[in-house]
Ligand binder design. Structure first.
Ligand SMILES: C[S@@+](CC[C@H](N)C(=O)[O-])C[C@H]1O[C@@H](n2cnc3c(N)ncnc32)[C@H](O)[C@@H]1O
Length: 220
């Protein structure tokens, strides 16, 4: 689990980069990949009245949610300042201890891998607590490693980046969620910049080909 000290470091890192954050992710490739991933998360919020985003950042994703009640939480104050400037209701809070009433939310979203900073053993029960029965969790996650030509340094072990689809599903099911949809995408350098990896291909590769997963799971 990420220690509170490290959480402060994560917040400080995002605070330091907050002012240029949206611009840095607005290049053609980054924007195309974000659209492909965000679409899955936004679809999961359709018809929801109350949507919460954990790790809302500058609010670029939550601002696209159509729900009448939208709330975001984040540990980084400067990221939240940008979200507030968009007119969003946001609170500075840690996703491990949400200042939200039990069973009060129809959907929880987490864009751009925000959940990787959270310990799923703590965060998933907390998300289940705030979701109403039947409510949806829709999150973007990165894998621990993806098939590459060159060996890449592994991410720090405290980050929640599942080894593969089975590990992702096992963690969600272990926390009592029912997995409804997984869209796996691989970043590529050429248009359309993100290729869908079908489940049957994924099932035959020992190391994930995908570099992004958008997962939708439901609280029974
Ligand atoms: C990569 S940004 C994603 C921002 C936004 N979800 C998006 O899609 O653009 C990750 C965000 O998660 C936040 N974060 C990291 N750890 C957190 C925690 N324990 N609780 C709440 N937010 C956290 C960071 O401060 C940062 O704003």
């Amino acid at each position: 689990m990420t220690a509170p000290r490290d959480r402060r470091a994560v917040a400080a890192g995002y605070d330091a980069g907050a002012d240029g954050y949206d611009a840095r992710h607005a290049d053609r490739r980054g924007a195309a990949r974000a659209r492909a991933i965000d679409r899955v998360l936004l679809d999961a919020t359709r018809g929801a009245a109350r949507v919460l985003e954990i790790g809302v950042g500058t609010g670029r994703l939550l601002a696209q949610v159509a729900a009448p009640t939208r709330v975001g939480v984040d540990v980084a104050a400067r990221m939240l300042a940008h979200a507030r400037a968009r007119g969003l209701a946001v609170v500075q809070a840690d996703g491990h201890a949400l200042p939200i009433a039990s069973a009060s939310v129809d959907a929880v979203i987490a864009g751009k891998g925000a959940l990787r900073y959270l310990d799923p053993a703590v965060a998933l029960p907390e998300i289940a607590r705030v979701l109403r029965p039947g409510g949806a969790l829709a999150a973007h996650l990165y894998p621990r490693r993806t098939l590459t030509w060159r060996a890449a340094a592994p991410p720090p072990p405290e980050l929640w980046q599942p080894a593969d689809t089975a590990a992702l599903v096992a963690t969600l099911v272990g926390a009592g969620f029912v997995v409804e949809r997984i869209v796996r995408l691989r970043s590529v350098r050429w248009w359309p910049y993100a290729l869908a990896i079908p489940a049957w291909v994924d099932a035959r590769t020992p190391v994930p080909l995908w570099s992004h997963a958008a997962v939708v799971a439901r609280r029974p």
